[in-house]
Ligand binder design. Structure first.
Ligand SMILES: Nc1ncnc2c1ncn2[C@@H]1O[C@H](COP(=O)(O)OP(=O)(O)OP(=O)(O)O)[C@@H](O)[C@H]1O
Ligand SMILES: [Mg+2]
Length: 227
């Protein structure tokens, strides 16, 4: 696979904090081919989450060029960016961010509620996504009735249900025991290898990073392959 999924060219991001300007990312270049599972490491505050937010169109760069899946994001209006995000990116969080009063099924269904799919097609997609993470037997349970690893698998199903080509994950195994973490990492590997998803995973854990095809280290706004 040699299609480019992520092309970042001289991307910078600054935030105003009172009177000072914080610049977590400065003139960053990054190229990720479609289907790659990339791990991103770096000290706290080095801009990892900031980068995921840019890659997923949640936030916009202060300067530079960002082309994801063939779309230059800076050319999109706020509204088009939201629509683009719904089709192109699934976001997986460390603490799952599931809605506690909804069942696993309903949590996964949520991103599809605004799509034009019929109820029957929507349900088929939700079941397929839950099947991919091996949780169809728990789909009518609420998050409090699931283990942490199961909650994270529901969150992965939710990120996948709209079939986006890009998945970004912010410390997806940070809150899990070793065994549950391994299961999540195997699942992410499978999503890249069998389903062709491009995955960018932030992690503090070198063992988690070892599951990826490549690891980059973010240090003071710069990406390094071998620090
Ligand atoms: N919305 C914001 N407003 C102001 N400053 C911000 C904002 N978001 C992030 N920052 C600053 O940008 C820098 C990078 O933050 P970021 O959250 O990307 O780091 P990180 O690498 O994800 O850290 P951690 O490993 O602790 O999650 C930090 O100095 C942070 O305080
Ligand atoms: Mg972070």
């Amino acid at each position: 696979m040699n299609e480019t999924m992520i092309h970042c060219q001289a991307v910078s991001k600054s935030y105003k904090k009172g009177n000072t300007l914080v610049t977590p990312l400065e003139s960053l270049d990054l190229e990720v081919p479609a289907g790659e599972f990339l791990a991103l490491m770096g000290p706290s505050g080095s801009g990892k989450t900031t980068l995921l937010n840019l890659l997923s169109g949640i936030d916009s760069p202060s300067s530079g060029k960002l082309v994801i899946h063939g779309t230059e994001l800076s050319g999109l209006s706020r509204r088009d960016l939201t629509a683009w995000r719904a089709r192109n990116v699934g976001y997986i969080f460390q603490l799952y961010h599931l809605i506690p009063v909804l069942t696993a099924f309903e949590n996964v269904e949520l991103p599809l509620l605004l799509s034009p799919l019929s109820k029957r097609d929507r349900h088929a997609r939700v079941v397929a996504a839950l099947d991919l993470v091996s949780l169809t037997d728990r789909m009518h349970h609420t998050p409090s009735e699931l283990s942490g690893g199961q909650e994270q698998r529901v969150a992965i199903a939710r990120a996948l249900v709209a079939d986006p080509p890009l998945l970004v994950a912010d410390e997806p195994t940070g809150d899990l025991d070793r065994e549950s973490a391994n299961r999540i990492l195997e699942l992410l590997q499978q999503l890249a290898r069998r389903h062709g998803k491009t995955i960018v995973m932030v992690t503090h854990d070198a063992r988690a990073a070892a599951a990826a095809d490549r690891t980059l280290h973010l240090e003071k706004g710069v990406l390094l392959e071998n620090p």
